[in-house]
Design a protein. Structure first.
Length: 166
């Protein structure tokens, strides 16, 4: 998980949540090409030796690896943004650009950390306002989710809504 906390103004807080994905697409592509070259070279040598069924299986293996690397790279670009200013809470979710946006009134919003029914499942961090709830940080570890909930409660909680400085 990677979080950025940007203080835009005295009353504005901006949180950016991203999964912890330290690999860049070009690096992933170079590694995939290197693995493909080695795998196909070995498969071709075995095919010339008479073991031709190895080629389709090598192709299937490389296709599965390519799909897995692509899905991992796409998930690494996911981000969630929480913008808390003087009177609103704006939540944006999406890949590179926000796909979905929610706007809540700060005075009617609350931060909830719901414990799971089963102890091996993680808790859920929600921002709720007037019947609508948005889950945040599903990809976070439990410690990161607790820390984020504390930070959000300082600027969204009931005392923050009354104008008490945090």
């Amino acid at each position: 998980m990677e979080t950025e906390q940007q203080g835009v103004g005295a009353e504005t807080r901006h949180f950016v949540l991203r999964p912890n994905c330290g690999v860049y697409w070009r690096t992933t592509l170079v590694v995939f090409i290197a693995i493909a070259v080695v795998s196909l070279s070995v498969a071709t040598l075995f095919a010339f030796a008479g073991f031709w069924p190895i080629l389709p299986f090598a192709g299937l293996e490389l296709t599965a690896l390519g799909v897995a690397l692509y899905v991992s790279a796409v998930r690494g670009k996911y981000r969630e943004e929480i913008l808390v200013d003087g009177s609103t809470v704006e939540i944006r979710k999406g890949q590179k650009e926000p796909d979905t946006t929610w706007n809540f009134d700060l005075a009617w919003s609350e931060v909830l950390l719901e414990a799971s029914f089963h102890r091996w499942y993680p808790s859920r961090l929600l921002i709720r306002s007037q019947g609508d709830a948005v889950e945040l940080g599903a990809f976070l570890t439990e410690e990161e989710r607790l820390a984020l909930a504390d930070e959000l409660q300082r600027c969204i909680g009931p005392m923050a809504a009354r104008g008490v400085p945090s």
